[in-house]
Write a protein that binds this ligand. Structure first.
Ligand code: NAP
Length: 282
């Protein structure tokens, strides 16, 4: 839709940024709610990230999303971090205050948990330990969110064991770091299994794991969303587990930023999902 001179402006900062689905996602909501606003891709080289973040205030932006590889640098550049961004050391959402101050937050864990709750409404934190595959940036957000949701023990299984140990040290709480070959034992009483590695993504290696020990009552969530139904999800579905696809995390993590910049709580609907899935296919 046409915008006025008073339009609220936000965008996504990444390098590269051309693959980002965020302009399509926020653009859908802007159209849907008839908002006088715009959301644009902002390709920023790593060397320029600090200057670019401070320029947001000077250019009158309401805020921005931050994606790979800038999430840690954005945490360093922000004037203020909310508790979650501080704990994760990474920012994916920036809001510019009326006084020009930059506040960094991290909504990946919110997106993950909202997606889990919508996709598996019967899941409860008390159903058993969570098993998280991977210990990278996405895993940090997921592990912290599971702990916040009341999961008593989060088992982090990673190829590089030391990275799982580091994650546990950094986040604190009841996190058990485990090497990859301990996976089968870790699954025995799990209430939820989450893949946060890129394994199973189109163009990546297969996620080759044995699900035999996983209770059929456990929920399986893959945060990989291309393909929408990964091999992990189809194998889990076939043995009777409730499965949660990763695309919903992407859609839900966008909600707090949109609400802060454009003053409207947006909804994740089947039509929005379809709109984003079309772009994934295209
Ligand atoms: P990252 O920081 O690079 O971490 C990748 C993790 O995967 C590490 O723990 C790494 O283990 C593990 N890994 C990579 N290749 C592996 C292999 N061949 N075998 C075993 N483990 C392997 O990446 P990230 O930012 O966390 O992102 C991870 C995935 O999540 C990506 O596919 C990304 O697209 C997806 N994601 C989805 C959403 C969503 O909204 N649905 C949001 C964020 C991320 P090592 O420590 O041993 O290297």
């Amino acid at each position: 839709m046409a915008i006025s001179g008073k339009a609220a402006i936000a965008g996504v900062i990444g390098w590269p940024v051309g693959h980002s689905l965020s302009p399509r996602l926020h653009g859908y909501w802007l159209d849907c709610y008839g908002i006088d606003g715009a959301y644009i891709p902002l390709a920023v080289e790593p060397a320029d990230i600090i200057a670019a973040i401070h320029a947001l205030a000077k250019l009158g932006f309401a805020g921005a999303n931050v994606t790979v590889p800038h999430k840690q640098a954005a945490a360093a550049a922000a004037d203020r971090l909310d508790d979650n961004a501080r704990r994760l050391g990474a920012v994916n959402t920036i809001t510019v205050g009326k006084d020009g101050t930059i506040t960094g937050s991290n909504t990946d864990g919110f997106g993950f948990m909202e997606n889990l709750r919508h996709g598996a409404p019967d899941w409860r934190a008390e159903h058993g330990p969570a098993v998280v595959l991977g210990a990278g940036g996405a895993a940090r957000a997921v592990v912290a969110a599971l702990g916040d949701a009341g999961v008593a023990e989060v088992r982090v299984v990673n190829r590089t064991f030391e990275r799982a140990e580091q994650l546990a040290d950094d986040l604190g709480g009841n996190i058990s770091p485990l090497p990859w070959d301990a996976l089968s034992d870790a699954l025995g009483d799990a209430g939820v299994l989450v893949n946060t590695t890129p394994l199973g993504m189109a163009g990546q290696a297969r996620l080759d794991i044995d699900l035999a020990a996983l209770p059929v009552a456990a929920v399986v969530n893959d945060i990989v969303y291309a393909p929408l139904e990964t091999e992990l999800l189809s194998a889990s579905r076939a043995r009777g587990n409730t499965v949660v696809e990763g695309i919903g995390m992407l859609l839900h993590q966008a909600r707090p930023g949109f609400a802060a910049w454009f003053g409207q709580e947006p909804e994740v609907t089947p039509e929005l999902r379809k709109h984003i899935v079309e772009a994934l296919k295209g």
